[in-house]
Design a protein. Structure first.
Length: 285
């Protein structure tokens, strides 16, 4: 309901040209339902309680959601980047075009995410996201604005080259937000075999561990990138369930204040710290 159902609602609103406000309403409703379900069926009850991080997480969410929508309105300015007017499959049904765009966006974002665990400068920015000590819906929106910009550009540039229509592009920031809510949710839901398809909480929790498992499961919407690159990991019964298993290894002192988190990456760039262990390993299922 919260991912496929609300995503279908967003796609319908875009296809029928209802405008931005109803889409924002669907997003707000999804957030409210996410928090409700997290309290009804919590994966870890302690993660529903504040860790002195609520104000910070709201600031991250407001800033990043605002930037996402602001970037959306610049898309028409980049129409000149399209390789041809005939490249985009405009004759496909609208919802199929959206799914096509999501798959391309997902691969680009996952590639940037993977690179952020390999290159020090990108990791310094990405570490803000990994500093959390609990997982709940809002964690997905807790990112350094510059790192969000890197991921967004990597995912969107291929779509611009293909000439994505504005009507299709307008759905993407909303669908990204819905996926982030589902991916970081503290609700104890199970996907069964679909956990190998969708990059949601059941598999993404491994990515937030402070050991080597944190270098796996980079996808946002799907696990396609990880299955292709050999970076998918899932081990039954081994999903992290305590705050001590989360965060950045060796960085329990990472700042929690929002303003300091905006500055900390630049300090870390000047004073290199150990990178997460990114050595390849056989995938476990």
């Amino acid at each position: 309901m919260l991912f496929l159902g609300m995503s279908a609602w967003i796609i319908h609103l875009a296809a029928t040209d209802h405008g931005i406000l109803p889409m924002l309403g669907v997003l707000a409703l999804t957030m409210a339902l996410t928090f409700l379900i997290e309290h009804l069926i919590p994966y870890q009850p302690n993660w529903n309680r504040s860790h002195k991080d609520v104000r910070r997480d709201w600031l991250h969410a407001i800033v990043n959601l605002t930037l996402n929508r602001a970037l959306l309105w610049t898309l028409p300015l980049f129409a000149w980047m399209s390789m041809s007017d005939n490249v985009w499959p405009a004759d496909w049904p609208f919802w199929v075009q959206v799914v096509f765009a999501i798959l391309i966006l997902d691969m680009g974002i996952a590639a940037a995410h993977h690179a952020s665990h390999k290159f020090h400068t990108l990791w310094a920015l990405h570490a803000v996201h990994h500093s959390v000590k609990r997982l709940y819906g809002f964690n997905g929106l807790m990112k350094h604005p510059l790192h969000q910009l890197v991921e967004t550009l990597t995912g969107v540039l291929p779509l611009l080259l293909l000439g994505i229509p504005f009507e299709v592009a307008i759905t993407l920031p909303f669908l990204v937000s819905l996926s982030l809510l589902a991916q970081h949710s503290n609700a104890d839901y199970r996907l069964g075999p679909l956990k190998f398809v969708f990059a949601h909480a059941e598999t993404h929790r491994f990515h937030h561990t402070n050991d080597k498992n944190g270098n796996y499961n980079y996808g946002l919407f799907t696990n396609l990138y990880d299955l292709l690159m050999g970076t998918f990991h899932y081990q039954e019964g081994a999903t992290p369930s305590t705050s001590t298993e989360l965060g950045i290894g060796g960085r329990d002192d990472y700042p929690k204040d929002y303003r300091v988190q905006l500055i900390q990456p630049f300090l870390d760039m000047q004073s290199p710290r150990p990178m997460p262990d990114s050595r390849p390993r056989r995938t476990k299922t």
